[in-house]
Design a protein around this ligand. Structure first.
Ligand SMILES: *Cc1c(COP(=O)(O)O)cnc(C)c1O
Length: 425
């Protein structure tokens, strides 16, 4: 069956037109860090399906957990009912974070919506009418309306949606660099807090690495200062670790690079090892207590597929696999390879910056016109990468072999050289 033709006629792809204006490749199967195209091409996976496939594809233990759960109970509503996979997952997440109260939902964006609603309810429960959020420039928190309203206004094209989108308050993001000075960003935060604190329910941010909004690595000490300021005004801190969570930055959660704990945490992507869609919002006990003991009394959200047993079982298997692997060592090794290899193109005229942390390697280009050309070069050379705008980056499974990782980094270097030769001044 020529399903590419059906796809071309009927299916939207992410951030695309219908039919797509850029190439769409048909995938037949996956295995570990390999992607098999229908046309017999085999590619090394340099994307881990947008931060999610942390153990590579088709993990046997995950498959076993999925099969077992599918036999006993694929799904059951969570209203008035509970089950073992959800309870085990809650316990796993509480153990990993030291937080207390877990809301399981279907996708990262939804967990962000729930986090924003929780913050508003918490403030309301304390008799404070606070309906605005503070967010960082270059932020990315998802594509639903509430999540979009805390994304960078330019990157996420707020102007397209006019008044339909809530207006929030944005502060300067900390300078690029894990050890860089961030005083300017703190000054801006102080200023905005002084001015608007009465309206602000929470400050939402991606700790240490801003992902889709720019792949920006910043100083974790910024979080310490920002948290102090938030506490001064009883503003909650929501940390969005949907991308960074589960070891991507060499810590289980990126905020562990700092001294703080979030009031509210969102996780997703790597939670099921890239197998099923699931995310979670986790809060301190204080927050769930304040809401539950107030006149409001309840957290008003409840997706149909909340705490889906298949996804919970898979998430539990994924966490077990991660904890029983030497992931810290593996991620450090990956970081080393990214650092030494990608830095080789740092001085290219086409390259603005190279930055790496953990399993994340980023080449930022001077210009945003090369993404399609770069992607086609990589596919041609057997590597799956998906550059966007000025960002040419890779996020790999922690289980990737050194040989495959080198294939990715070498292809990235070759791709830059190819651009240089083609677009030489
Ligand atoms: C991907 C992402 C989201 C959205 O998650 P979805 O599962 O795509 O809805 C939110 N925040 C961050 C930081 C992300 O990287």
């Amino acid at each position: 069956m020529n399903y590419l033709e059906i796809d071309n006629n009927h299916l939207w792809h992410p951030y695309n037109s219908l039919p797509s204006k850029t190439p769409i490749w048909a995938v037949k199967k996956t295995k570990k860090s390999k992607i098999y195209f229908e046309d017999a091409k085999v590619l090394v996976d340099g994307m881990s399906s947008w931060w999610s496939a942390i153990h590579g594809y088709n993990n046997k233990r995950i498959y076993k957990a999925l099969k077992k759960q599918a036999k006993t109970m694929p799904h059951i509503m969570f209203g008035g009912l509970t089950h073992e996979p959800a309870s085990i997952l809650a316990k796993n997440l509480v153990n990993l974070t030291g937080l207390n109260s877990v809301f399981l939902c279907d996708s990262g964006s939804v967990s962000v919506e729930v986090a924003l609603k929780t913050a508003i309810l918490y403030q309301k429960a304390k008799s404070k009418e606070k309906f605005k959020f503070l967010a960082l420039e270059n932020a990315y928190h998802g594509d639903t309306l509430g999540a979009m309203s805390v994304c960078d206004p330019k990157n996420s094209m707020h102007s397209l949606y006019g008044d339909y989108l809530s207006k929030n308050i944005f502060v300067k993001s900390p300078n690029l660099g894990f050890d860089s000075d961030f005083s300017e960003a703190i000054e801006d935060l102080k200023e905005k807090l002084t001015k608007y604190h009465q309206d602000i329910a929470a400050f939402i941010l991606e700790p240490v690495v801003q992902g889709a909004g720019g792949m920006r690595i910043y100083n974790p000490k910024y979080l310490n200062e920002a948290k102090k300021l938030c506490e001064k005004y009883d503003i909650l801190m929501i940390l969005d670790e949907i991308a960074t969570g589960f070891g991507h930055t060499k810590k289980m959660f990126a905020y562990e690079h700092s001294d703080i704990k979030p009031d509210i945490l969102t996780i997703g992507k790597g939670l099921t090892g890239g197998t099923l869609t699931m995310a979670a919002m986790i809060t301190s006990k204080n927050i769930s207590d304040v809401i539950s003991n107030s006149e409001i009394g309840v957290l008003m959200h409840g997706p149909t597929f909340m705490a889906n047993p298949l996804a919970c079982s898979v998430a539990n298997a994924s966490i077990e696999i991660l904890l029983n692997s030497s992931w810290e060592k593996k991620v450090s090794k990956i970081e080393n390879v990214f650092q030494t290899k990608l830095n080789k193109v740092k001085n290219s005229d086409l390259v603005k910056d190279v930055r790496c942390i953990g399993a994340i390697g980023v080449i930022e280009l001077e210009n945003d016109i090369y993404a399609k050309e770069l992607q086609e070069f990589c596919v041609e050379n057997g590597v799956w990468l998906r550059p966007f705008g000025r960002l040419f980056y890779s996020i790999v499974a922690y289980t990737i072999s050194e040989k495959k990782l080198l294939k990715i980094t070498n292809t990235m270097i070759e791709a830059i050289k190819y651009l240089e030769s083609k677009h030489a001044k």
